[in-house]
Design a protein around this ligand. Structure first.
Ligand SMILES: *Cc1c(COP(=O)(O)O)cnc(C)c1O
Length: 818
């Protein structure tokens, strides 16, 4: 059926906008959405064949072939709407309206996801909870989360994140929170707001109709949130807390010791604390989030004893999901964080990436208070069966009791029994996904399966990369294409892996420096267009066979390509490189005339694009020169276009120019270093996240006397008696030798430790005299944590590009994702 209206009701229980993440097609409604470089309508046909029967499509896209075909798909419902996302939001809003349970809305700059998860941990055993999966807090994530509200739930917890003015009002209408938590308010997410004040006002819109709001009052003199709330929602009961004893505030007193923190909370105008808890958390940011949760849990009706007991379950768990190398060629995905149905649903598709490996899933009993066990386990079984799992292992009483729901499962009462059985030692050439509730201590399994050796690794954070990519896509807008430079092993991050992520995100072009790099990408399944910057004439066959598009910078190359095209009767796509001032490669302005004449006589040579490279786009000092380059580019390309009779893409902007010279974006930009979060622009930097972290470990610790020397050439000395640590990272790994003698620092346990003496080939030494608790095997971070790559490069008297691309191949690349 084709309906030219919005659906008032959907049969499907799952809503999806992502064609790659469909688990149970028969129960899924697909919303076709058009993004910057992506169009969901393209997937309707394959998704129909996969079994999806409800589609929401946009009227602009509803024409031609698709509309014709859909007439024949009579079992499916198509709703043709103006805007799929608006429709999704409206459906979620109506759904939310039908519930009268307390809904907790969380927003703030940081800590939203942490607060949501911890609050759920506190409330979960008493109430049936629904919460946003992972960090689903956007215009799309929020409606999807709200759709999860079901009759059995007693409390809902949803987080909301915004990046521009006006968004929060829309989100508020969907979540309709009854209670609010305002987490840390800070500098993050600033780029689209005029001022901090505007950002605060905007965020507080989430609480326009709440009955109660929990927040921390940071400013002793003035309660800024209260003054804002007075105009936004004067009826709300404001529950402010502070670590100072202020009138009308809850007073939080925390005493931090190395191992634990003792927290006492007193209500205004009372003399005794009503809550007194201990926690393993000692970091102030964690404590702030914890206090929000403790107070909210109290508001939600947990008793003091219940809060005390459950606070023990709150740990500073990393929310990252790390993909680890295991013994016997196994790959381990430890995702023991979200042990509920949603968490499992999100984690299962991770296995798809490992086509040639055996797939093993280890689960524990589920913490899902909302669904009674006899219903829950068959649900889990159905979900698992929809994926191709070769071996399923379950741990816990419930799984034993309900094992018949599963087609094939090996079950154990507890983790110790599983380890004792020895079956873990038989797993090989597999990808192992672990999903266990915290009390089952699946860490023990991870430890058993993991390769024991410490290693020096470059961690590549794919979520940060995604964030940065989104930032640039939004910056350039839908009408500008995006080319990403993955030359030089993708700036050291790993060309194939990075290209895979980018391809999935639907970028327009990839660029490599040499033909070999392009071939390697093709051999690893990269099918998107690839430009090669520095091809050789002898490689024309290879280029053509692997559909690699050469950049052409000389007449000799141009003529060779023309000849090749005749000899093989093929038309060939090329990219013309114009030299506007770099004086490196490219046709100079005085060759323009000859060039256009030649190309006009070569009908088989197709100019896909014309490009030039800016020499100093990051530097305000050279603005005049940059403008001159762009001018010249404009003139040269205009001439060529006139003779060609068609308009190839034009591109000249590298990372820095995207921000600094918006008018030089033309039809396409070339993104390089800033994809990794590096930018000289202070405002832009706030929107970018760090992607690369270089980590090593301590091989040995030594006590050193004041008069002793350390390392080659007797160059290193301590000022007084102290301790040094030897790290497994040297100049052969790419840690510049110029960083010796205290020029470089490492972060160990959160503290900075200067290098001592010369950097060796495979090792280096650092001063840890100030850190008595550090031990052998501890991690040391060369850059990416507190130490920024840009600063380190400055210390080494070089640029970040060089440090990144120097990281040797023997340093393992590890890709992490939330
Ligand atoms: C490397 C390169 C870029 C990307 O430069 P970034 O400064 O890393 O953004 C763009 N264009 C060309 C021709 C390049 O060689």
């Amino acid at each position: 059926m084709i309906h030219f209206s919005s659906p008032t009701q959907l049969k499907s229980s799952i809503l999806s906008l992502d064609s790659r993440q469909i688990y149970l097609p028969q129960q899924t409604a697909f919303f076709a959405v058009r993004g910057v470089h992506h169009d969901g309508h393209q997937y309707i046909e394959p998704l129909y064949h996969l079994g999806i029967r409800e589609f929401i499509v946009e009227s602009d896209a509803w024409s031609g072939l698709l509309a014709e075909k859909a007439k024949k798909w009579t079992q499916a419902d198509f709703w043709v709407v103006d805007n799929s996302i608006n429709c999704l939001q409206e459906i979620a809003r109506i759904h939310r309206k039908s519930f009268s349970i307390p809904v907790i809305g969380i927003t703030g700059s940081n800590g939203k996801t942490t607060c949501k998860e911890w609050l759920a941990t506190l409330l979960q055993t008493k109430f049936s909870i629904v919460k946003s999966p992972k960090s689903f807090n956007s215009q799309i994530g929020v409606p999807l989360s709200v759709w999860g509200l079901k009759a059995q739930h007693q409390i809902a917890i949803f987080e909301a994140g915004i990046s521009r003015v006006g968004e929060m009002q829309r989100i508020e209408k969907i979540i309709q929170p009854t209670w609010g938590v305002f987490t840390h308010f800070g500098e993050a997410h600033g780029q689209n707001f005029e001022s901090d004040h505007q950002k605060l006002q905007e965020k507080l819109q989430l609480f326009a109709h709440v009955e109660k709001l929990v927040y921390r009052r940071k400013n002793i003199n003035q309660d800024v949130i209260k003054s804002e709330m007075q105009s936004i929602n004067p009826q709300a009961e404001l529950i402010a807390w502070s670590t100072e004893d202020l009138a009308n505030c809850m007073y939080v007193y925390w005493k931090i010791s190395p191992k634990e923190t003792h927290i006492r909370i007193k209500k205004p105008a009372q003399s005794e604390a009503f809550l007194d808890v201990k926690t393993e958390l000692t970091d102030e940011a964690y404590l702030e989030n914890l206090c929000h949760c403790l107070i909210m849990a109290h508001v939600a009706g947990l008793s003091v004893e219940e809060i005390q007991a459950r606070t023990k379950w709150i740990r500073p768990i990393s929310m990252r999901l790390e993909i680890k190398e295991g013994l016997r060629n196994n790959q381990i995905i430890d995702d023991s964080y979200n042990n509920d149905l949603d968490g499992l649903q999100l984690a299962l598709p991770l296995l798809k990436k490992y086509e040639h490996k055996k797939r093993v899933l280890i689960i524990s009993d589920f913490i899902e208070a909302g669904i009674p066990a006899p219903e829950l386990y068959p649900k889990i079984a159905t979900l698992i069966q929809s994926q191709k799992i070769d071996q399923l292992i379950g741990v816990g009483d419930h799984l034993i009791k309900y094992q018949d729901a599963f087609k094939e499962i090996e079950v154990f009462y507890n983790t110790e029994d599983l380890i004792g059985s020895g079956i873990l030692n038989q797993i090989s050439d597999a990808v192992v996904l672990l999903k266990g509730a915290r009390k089952f201590n699946f860490e023990q399994i991870t430890q058993l399966l993991e390769t024991k050796t410490h290693c020096t690794k470059l961690e590549v954070n794919l979520d940060a990369l995604q964030n940065n990519l989104t930032y640039f896509k939004e910056t350039i807008g839908p009408d500008t294409k995006l080319m990403v430079m993955v030359k030089a092993f993708a700036y050291g991050a790993g060309a194939v892996e990075i290209a895979q992520v980018l391809q999935q995100q639907g970028i327009d072009y990839l660029t490599v420096a040499y033909t070999d790099e392009g071939v390697q990408l093709r051999k690893n399944g990269i099918y998107c267009p690839i430009m090669v910057m520095n091809p050789q004439i002898g490689e024309l066959d290879t280029l053509s066979n692997y559909a690699l598009e050469p950049e052409v910078y000389s007449m000799t190359m141009l003529e060779a390509i023309d000849e090749y095209s005749h000899a093989h009767n093929k038309s060939i796509k090329i990219h013309l490189k114009l030299d506007t001032g770099m004086k490196r490669l490219g046709f100079s302005p005085d060759q323009c005339k000859e060039l256009t004449k030649k190309i006009a006589s070569m009908p088989q040579v197709w100019v896909a694009s014309m490009l030039s490279h800016l020499v100093a786009s990051e530097s305000p000092k050279h603005q005049k020169f940059t403008e001159k380059q762009v001018d010249l580019f404009e003139k040269m390309t205009q001439k060529i276009i006139q003779t060609l009779g068609y308009t190839p893409l034009r591109h000249i902007a590298n990372s820095a120019a995207i921000k600094n010279y918006p008018s030089a974006r033309y039809e396409m930009v070339r993104l390089g270093i800033s994809l990794y979060g590096i930018s000289e622009n202070k405002i832009e930097k706030k929107s970018l996240e760090n992607v690369l972290t270089l980590k090593t470990y301590i091989s040995q610790i030594k006590d050193i006397k004041k008069n002793e020397t350390i390392g080659y050439g007797r160059k290193g000395k301590l000022k007084s008696n102290g301790r040094i640590a030897t790290l497994a990272l040297g100049y052969a790994d790419g840690y510049a030798r110029s960083l010796g003698m205290g020029k470089g620092m490492f972060e160990i346990n959160g503290y900075l430790c200067p290098t001592v003496g010369a950097i060796c080939m495979d090792m280096c030494m650092v001063d840890i005299s100030h850190l008595p608790l550090v031990k052998e095997g501890d991690e040391a971070i060369a850059f990416g944590g507190k130490i920024q790559l840009t600063d380190l490069a400055h210390q080494a008297k070089t640029i970040p590009y060089e440090l990144m691309t120097n990281i040797s191949e023997r340093v393992k690349r590890v890709y992490v994702k939330n």
